[in-house]
Structure formats: structure tokens, C-alpha cells
Design a protein around this ligand. Structure first.
Ligand code: KIV
Ligand code: ZN
Length: 505
């Protein structure tokens, strides 16, 4: 069977989702998980965007050696130079350069003629190729481009040295029939050794369908993100495409190098790192993806799982009920189980993980894989404020009140109390009293990680400051504690970003 390359852009297009910004450490953690998952190419970022982005891509290029590391660049010398600076020491570097081809973008965004686009593509792909042996060219807004012009540009880019030509449906506008025909046309105008790639956005909910129809029409690279995160309605989700190809070999006749059993752990890692919860009904990785509620379905499942299941949960790593560790388990057991779940922590991170694990193990007899997955993304940032104590009084008598004790990075503790509309609001206000100015709370959600009264509550918070959005996540058996920790995580991100801006100016 033909092999389809998986090009993951969680760290670039995915990170462009409002509020999905990750720190360099988080990006490296996600990149390592993507490499373990078996993706062929990791698009690690857009180095020309800022010195921070360049440094994060460079770190990934140096530390993640088992996948090709790609950097995005507009079709300009400056961007291409920055991309090359970031990835030149990667084991397998790739420069990904792009220019729009739709008349709409040419007229209103680029203010370039078709002839100028022809010249720029030729020149910039050749320049990128003079630096790096592996170059990808994308025709931005290909989905709304004149197919004849698109083919002409694709052929120019290939002749200038691009080994991969990517056809993005940048605004998620095309239908599967249109997109399939477009890919067939592009495939036919390129030499057979040039790989055609597809990159779809989900504005009409058609990204996965368009990507699959692209494969049926000759695309041999799919550009995807974990959980489908990305600009606006998101990108094509990796797990959906990979499992469709795997589950229906007779239809697609292709394979990928993905380690299917790591799909759910990787999805969880990206969700906790970006603060984007996975909807319960999300295909493959949602909490209900393998749940059978109705009596008729349960009866069928008991008789034979194939009655209502097209893939086994364990195939995608969705078995979350395994009992793993208890309060007597040590650091080595924790490290080994976390590593089996795909989290290779350094000593400092393991120390923080162990403290979090012990505190949960004191309260819950059994700490499951799902609990560990929930805890692993939330070890407090040592450089920011940490929650040192919390007490709340709430109910129907008197105003809900919270007393919060926070510790700063030097170990100094501060205590404040505040009232609010409920215990969570009171706790957030008490935090605000300590760290200063109030922030806008944009989103607050809480969910239970496992079943039972002692379940961990996982809280996600988004706060806004100006046009910037910061997320925080935390898990605890006490949801007010989890809420305060999640809020602090978001506040710490906000303060760290302010510090970076201060340093830069
Ligand atoms: O959607 C798009 O067109 C892109 C390109 C930069 C590939 O993300
Ligand atoms: Zn995109």
C-alpha cells in the first residue's frame, strides 16, 4: 500500500487559534509527543513572527530528531532566512514557503499581478532550495484560485525545486467534489516524484472529507492538527483522517506511520497544553467516542462488539479505566507509568508531578491513567504565583467568601479574602486582590475526569487582557481549588507575556 505522509501543523496553524498560545517548553513537549506519535513532518512554527518563535522552533529542531522539522516562511528572503536559521541544525529540515494564488488575494491583499506572482514564486522557491534540500510550496487560497493559474504556479514551484506542493483550502470553502477534482488536476500537471499535499480548514465542517477526497485523488501528504485546532473553525483533525485511512483500507489503500495507540494520550496533552477542551462527542478522541448508552446498543455490544463499534477503544489508546498507582507508589513507578503514557518528564517536572500525584493519592484510593493524564499538564509554573492555601465559605447564609494564600517565586506568602457571587468568583477576586488588576474572565468550564464522588475535577479558564487571551488548566478533587489553580495558571501566563514584552521593548 502507498504511504501517506502526515504533516502536523498543531504548533503553527493550531497555535494560531485565539488563546492557544504555548510557551517554548510546552511546544517542545508537544513536539516530542508528535514525534512519538509517528508524524513524518512537524511544522514547528513561523520563525519570522518573533524572536521567541524562532527560538522555540530552533529548540525543537535541536531536540526532536526522529521527524522532519519544518518552518513556515512567506515568500520573502527575510522570512526564508529566519526559517532556515531556526531549522538548519534539524536532523531533516524543511522550509515551507507560501504565496497566495487566488485573484481575490492578489487584488486585495498582495496587490500583485499574476506575472509578479509567477516571478516571486520562481525566485523564492529557488532561494529556499539553495539553502535547504527539502522545500514545500503552498498556494494560499488555492481552493478559490483559478485552477489553470494554480497549476501553472504549482509547476513553476516544482521546477524551482519544491519537492512538495501543498494545496490549501485556506478558508474552508470548497466541497469534496470540487476539491477532489482540483487535486486530480494539480496531480496531473506535476512530475510524479513531486508530492501533492492537502491542507484544509473546517469553516463548513468539510475539512476531513476534503482531505480524504484529496487522498483518493492522489495527494500523498495530509496537513493536519491534533484535535483539529487551528485558525477560526480549525484545521483537519489528525486523528479523524488517520483512523479513516486505517479503518477503511479497501476504500483508500494507503497507510501512515502513525502509532494509533498514542492518539488519545496525544490529544489529551494538546488539549491540556492549549486549554482547548475536547468535546465529548468528538470522533476518535472524545470522552463519549466509545460510550454506549442506550439499552439496545449495550445489549448488542454484550453480544458482539462489532454490532456498534467500528474500531476498538484500545486501538486509539482510549482505555482510561486502568487502575495504576496508589499513595504508596514511588517516583520511579510514577515516572515509568507517565512514560508509558507518552510523557517523558525531566527531573524538575517529575518532582512537581510527584507532589501533585501524592496530593491526589492522599484523597483518592486509586489514581487511574485518566487522573494522571489530567494532572500531567498542570504542574504549577515555579516562576509564577502558586496557590499555598484556600478556604471558602458558601451556601445560602451570607455572601460567599474566599480566603486565598499565594506564594511568589521568592517564597513570600500573601493572604487576602474577598466575597463573590459564588465560591469560585470569590476565590478569583481574592487572587486579583493579590496579583493586582482585574482581568476579564472569558470562559470557565469544569468537567469530571473519572466517575465517582472522589473524581478529579478538571477546570479550564480563559482570561483576556486587551486583545490577548490566556488559558489555564488545573485538576483537583476539590473543584474550587482546581478553579483557583487554573485561574492562577492563566494569570501567570499573562504576567510572563507582559515581562517578555517589557524585556523586548
Ligand atoms: O491555510 C493556509 O493557507 C495556510 C498556508 C500557510 C499553508 O495555513
Ligand atoms: Zn492553514
Amino acid at each position: 500500500m502507498d504511504r501517506v505522509r502526515v504533516f502536523d501543523t498543531t504548533l503553527r496553524d493550531g497555535e494560531q487559534s485565539p488563546g492557544a498560545t504555548m510557551t517554548s517548553t510546552e511546544k517542545l513537549e508537544v513536539a516530542k509527543a508528535l514525534a512519538r506519535l509517528g508524524v513524518d513532518v512537524i511544522e514547528a512554527g513561523f520563525p519570522a513572527a518573533s524572536p521567541d518563535d524562532l527560538a522555540a522552533v530552533r529548540e525543537i529542531a535541536l531536540r526532536v530528531r526522529s521527524a522532519s522539522i519544518c518552518a513556515l516562511a512567506r515568500a520573502s528572503r527575510n522570512d526564508i532566512d529566519k526559517a532556515w536559521e531556526a531549522i538548519r541544525e534539524a536532523a531533516a529540515p524543511r522550509i515551507h514557503t507560501f504565496l497566495a494564488t487566488s485573484d481575490l488575494h492578489l487584488a486585495h491583499k498582495l496587490r500583485m499581478s499574476r506575472d509578479e506572482v509567477r516571478g516571486r514564486v520562481r525566485e523564492m522557491v529557488s532561494y529556499a532550495r539553495s539553502l535547504c534540500a527539502d522545500v514545500e510550496f503552498s498556494a494560499e487560497d488555492a481552493g478559490r484560485s483559478d485552477p489553470e493559474f494554480l497549476c501553472e504556479i504549482a509547476a513553476i514551484a516544482a521546477a524551482a525545486g519544491a519537492g512538495t506542493i501543498n494545496i490549501p483550502d485556506t478558508v474552508g470553502y470548497t466541497t469534496p467534489a470540487e476539491f477532489g477534482a482540483l487535486i486530480q488536476q494539480v496531480r496531473a500537471c506535476l512530475p510524479s516524484d513531486v508530492v501533492v499535499s492537502v491542507h484544509c480548514h473546517d469553516d463548513l465542517g468539510l475539512a476531513t472529507a476534503n482531505t480524504l477526497v484529496g487522498v483518493l485523488n492522489g495527494a500523498r501528504q495530509v496537513e493536519v492538527t491534533i484535535n483539529g485546532i487551528g485558525e477560526r473553525a480549525g484545521n483537519t483533525s489528525l486523528e479523524e483522517v488517520v483512523m479513516a485511512l486505517h479503518t477503511r483500507p479497501a476504500v483508500f489503500g494507503v497507510t501512515t506511520g502513525i502509532e494509533h495507540g498514542l492518539l488519545v494520550p496525544t490529544s489529551r496533552l494538546v488539549s491540556t497544553t492549549t486549554g482547548f477542551p475536547v468535546p465529548p462527542n468528538k470522533a476518535i478522541v472524545g470522552a463519549n467516542a466509545f460510550a454506549h448508552e442506550s439499552g439496545i446498543h449495550q445489549d448488542g455490544m454484550l453480544k458482539h462488539h462489532l454490532t456498534y463499534e467500528i474500531m476498538r477503544p484500545e486501538t486509539v489508546g482510549a482505555t482510561q479505566t486502568r487502575l495504576v498507582l496508589g499513595k504508596h507508589s514511588g517516583r520511579a513507578a510514577l515516572r515509568s507509568r507517565l512514560s508509558e503514557l507518552g510523557h517523558d518528564l525531566d527531573d524538575a517536572a517529575l518532582d512537581r508531578a510527584f507532589v501533585a500525584f501524592k496530593s491526589v493519592a492522599e484523597k483518592k484510593k486509586q489514581v487511574t491513567d485518566a487522573d494522571l493524564e489530567a494532572l500531567v499538564g498542570f504542574f504549577p509554573d515555579e516562576d509564577g504565583w502558586t496557590l499555598d492555601g484556600l478556604q471558602v465559605a458558601c451556601g445560602t447564609i451570607g455572601m460567599p467568601t474566599a480566603t486565598v494564600r499565594l506564594r511568589d517565586r521568592n517564597g513570600t506568602t500573601v493572604v487576602r479574602a474577598a466575597t463573590g457571587t459564588g465560591p469560585v468568583d470569590a476565590a478569583f477576586r481574592a487572587v486579583d486582590e493579590i496579583v493586582g488588576d482585574a482581568k476579564e474572565l472569558l470562559e470557565y468550564s469544569v468537567r469530571s475526569v473519572t466517575e465517582g464522588i472522589d473524581a478529579l475535577g478538571e477546570v479550564s479558564v480563559r482570561i483576556g487582557e486587551g486583545r490577548r487571551i490566556f488559558h489555564g488548566h488545573a485538576a483537583d478533587t476539590d473543584i474550587v481549588v482546581a478553579s483557583a489553580k487554573a485561574y492562577l495558571a492563566a494569570v501567570n501566563r499573562m504576567l510572563a507575556t507582559r515581562d517578555r514584552f517589557k524585556e523586548a521593548s
